[in-house]
Design a binder for this molecule. Structure first.
Ligand code: PHE
Length: 355
């Protein structure tokens, strides 16, 4: 067998068995590298007798191009195989829908607390907080509530088990005492927070929210209280005119005391604030009782002022037309999706996507 034929058969077999790029490159060098078999044969051409040289050269050239062609085909095959294997292994399902961003909603109560806080901040009130679990002293006694007052009754107040002294605060008014005890007058604060009473129907929930207001200085009178509440109600409901009714009332911690109702009517199934002849009670208020100031180490001969306690959930119901308070706290995501508010910094195309 001629030398050329031998090489050809050997390498056809080798190339047939090659499975990967590395092996193929090895064979390429073996044949065409600096010291490769084919390269060396070309170098030897000069040693061959003239008569055979031409034939040998042409056979060699033929073999060279045959092998080169085979190698490049093999190369292509191996590349394709590698791509196919990768596609199979990666196993990506490109038909799957993209990932959606679910953006939460702000609960109407949180929204209203933010709104109310910003309205009062604009007119100089700062924000205070107090604990939900309160002592009987701060919740009642320091607020001038007599021992036999019906509000202390087991039926209204959630007392903590095994304790006569600890309870879930029934209003935010204990924050008045805490604020005055830790600072020096004048005081001009609001205190939003959770409050608890043994009560449950369409407009009462055992856990609800209040916002306390307290303004104590040397010359604060009931005119300031009225002005402040008018300002607040107009700003909050975004109306120019409101109907407000001060009804004489009684709280142990204020004297005189009043309950405040705002006028509204229902028009085309929607609530209109500031018009009409229906009334809804939204807050209790009054001039802080001298005994309360004394208990809070403030001299009632020098200082006086007003306080109020607003029902935050009621405000939310009125402003946003929600008629059952209990739904506020049932954590129904569909309810929140409907009545909740978009966080401010979310791009519009991400808002309100349903689950
Ligand atoms: N704490 C009273 C209530 O819960 C409201 C109130 C606060 C009244 C401050 C007067 C002054 O009903």
């Amino acid at each position: 067998m001629s030398e050329i034929k031998k090489i050809k058969e050997e390498y056809l077999l080798k190339l047939d068995q090659v499975l990967d790029q590395n092996k193929l490159n090895e064979i390429k060098t073996e044949l065409f590298g600096k010291n490769g078999i084919i390269s060396n044969k070309f170098k030897q051409l000069g040693l061959i007798g003239e008569d055979k040289r031409k034939e040998f050269a042409s056979e060699l050239n033929f073999l060279k191009s045959e092998l080169q062609e085979l190698i490049s085909k093999k190369n292509e095959n191996i590349e394709n195989q590698e791509i196919n294997k990768k596609l199979k292994d990666d196993n990506i399902d490109v038909t799957l829908p993209g990932r959606t961003y679910f953006v939460g909603k702000i609960h109407p109560v949180s929204q209203v607390i933010d709104e109310v806080t910003s309205i009062f901040s604009e007119i100089g009130f700062s924000v205070e907080e107090g604990p939900d679990v309160e002592s009987e002293y701060y919740n009642f006694s320091a607020l001038n509530t007599p021992e036999d007052h019906p509000a202390r009754d087991m039926h209204d107040t959630f007392y903590l088990e095994h304790s006569k002294d600890l309870l879930l605060r029934t209003h935010t008014s204990p924050v008045q005492i805490r604020t005055m005890l830790k600072g020096k007058p004048p005081f001009k604060i609001i205190a939003p927070g959770r409050t608890y009473r043994h009560d449950s129907d369409q407009t009462h929930s055992p856990m609800f929210h209040q916002l306390e207001g307290l303004h104590i200085d040397k010359n604060i009178n009931m005119g300031h209280l009225k002005g402040c509440l008018y300002y607040f109600v107009k700003k909050f409901f975004e109306v120019d005119k409101v109907k407000i009714r001060f009804r004489p009332s009684h709280f142990p911690f204020t004297e005189p005391s009043a309950e405040v109702d705002i006028g509204y009517k229902i028009q085309d199934g929607k609530i209109k604030i500031g018009e009409g002849d229906k009334w809804l009670e939204i807050l209790g208020c009054g001039m802080v009782h001298p005994n309360v100031l004394k208990n809070a180490k403030v001299n009632p001969n020098q200082y006086q002022g007003y306080a109020f306690g607003v029902g935050i959930d009621r405000l939310a119901m009125l402003k946003y037309g929600i008629n059952d308070l209990r739904a506020f706290f049932e954590s129904d995501i569909r309810w929140l999706e409907f009545y909740g508010f978009d966080p401010l910094d979310v791009p519009t195309n991400y808002r309100g996507l349903s689950r």
